[in-house]
Design a protein around this ligand. Sequence first.
Ligand code: SF4
Length: 466
Amino acid sequence: MNRFRIALVESGTTSTHVFSRTYLPRAGMPTLGAIMKNLGYHCDIFFQTMSPINEEEIRGYDVVGISSLTSTTGEAYRLADSLKRTGNTIVMGGPHVTFMPSEALIHCDYVVLGEGDATFPALVAALEKGESPHEIRGLAYRLEGGGIQNTGKSDFVDFASLPSPDFSLAPQIKPGKTPPIITSSRGCPHNCPFCCVTAVFGRKYRFKSNEQVIDELRPVLHRSVCFGDDNFFANPGRTKSLLRDMISKHAVPLRWSGEMAVRAAFDEELLQLMHDTNCRIVYVGIESVDPDSLKRLGKAHEMEMTSRCIENLHRYGIGIHGMFVVDPDDTPETVRNIVDYAIATDIDTIQICSLTPFPGTKSYNEHQGRLLHRDWRYFEGMHVVVEPKHCSAYDMQMAIVSQMLRFYDIRRVLRAFRKGRGWRVKYRAGGHYLMRKWVRENAQYIEDLRLGVYSMPADFALEAGA
Ligand code: SF4
C-alpha cells in the first residue's frame, strides 16, 4: 500500500507583535512530524511565519494538517479553503479550533480537539484504510446529513513518551540550524482566566526526562535558548533538578530564557542555579499593579511580592520581561501606573496586553457579550477587542500605545546605552522600533476604534458554537 504523504503547516502572521523580532517555530508540529515519521509516513513541515506557503507544493500531499492560534486562524481558514478546492483532506488543530469546531468545519474536513499526538496518527491510519473515524477520540467532523460528530476531547498523552521535535522535516530550516527552542513540559497547575493552556493541556503538569531535555539542548548549546514551556517553573523541584543536571552533564547553553510566575523568584537555590546556567531573562506574569485587577485576573501575588521578585532576579543578574494585562474594568490611569511602576523598579522590558478573550477561557465566557468584533486576526493581545467599562475602546488603545511608547522612548534607550547596559539597549531599541511599526501598521484599526466602526471581513463574522 502507498502510504499517505503528510504536510503539516503552522499558520502564521506577518503582522507586528511583541515577539516579532524573536520568532521561533513552536515545537508542536515538529513533534507530530517525528511521530508520523516513526510510523513510516513521509511528512514535511511548513512554518508560514518563516516564509509564504507555496500552495501548489502543498497540493501534492494527501493529508494537510494545519495548526493555528486564534490570531492566525483566519489565515489557516484561507489556506484550508484554497486547498480543499483541489481535494486535499484538511485536518485542523490548535487551541482556537479545539473550542470552535463548528466554525472550523466550514473550512476543513476534520478538527483535532486538544492534543493531536495520538488522534492525528489514528485519523490518518483510518483514512488510509477507508475506515470511519467515529471511534477515534478527540475529533470533530461533519456527518453526511449535515450534523457534526464530536467524539469528545482526546486523552492527555504521556508527554515523556513523545519523541523530540524533528525540525529537519521543515525544508525552510537549513540542516544543522535547529531552532533554539526547547519545550520541556506541557500543562500548568494554575488556571488563569485569560489563558487557555489549562483548558487545552490540563492542570496536570507533565514533563520530559532531564536526559531527553539535555539531548535536545546539545545541538543548540552555542545559541540563546528559549524554553518554550508555558510555565517553565511550575514545579520548582523539577526545574532545579533539570538545571543541576545541565551543569553536571556540561549542557549549559550560551544563555537561556523562560516563563516564570512571581512566586518562583523567592527560591534562592533556584535563582543561584538559574544564574549558574546562564539564564539571561525571564518572562514574568506580573499582570497588574492594581490589587483589584490582580484579583480579577485570578492572581494570588501582591505588589510587594512583585517588587521582591524583581529585586531578587536583578540581584542574580537575571533580566525581567514584565508581562502585564489590562482588563476591561481598568482605566487609562491603570496603564500609566503600570509604566510608572516598571520604570521605578527598572524592569528591563515590558509588554502591556489588552485582555483578549480567547475561546476556551473563562474570560471568553465572561466577556463575549462585549466583544467589539470577532475578527480573529486582532486577537493577539496588542489590540483592544473588548469594550472597556470606564472609557472608550479608543481611549484604552491609545493609553496602551502611548504608555508602551513612553517605556520604549528613545531617550530611555540612549540613557541605557550611556550607562553601558549591554543587551537591554538592544532589546529596548527593538521595543521602540516595534511599537512605532505597530502604530503605522494599525492606523486603520485605531481610526476604526475612534469612529466606533469595526471593518470586519464577512467570513470572520461567524457566530461561535462548539
Ligand atoms: S497564564 Fe501562565 S500560570 Fe496562568 S494558566 Fe497560563 S501558563 Fe499557567
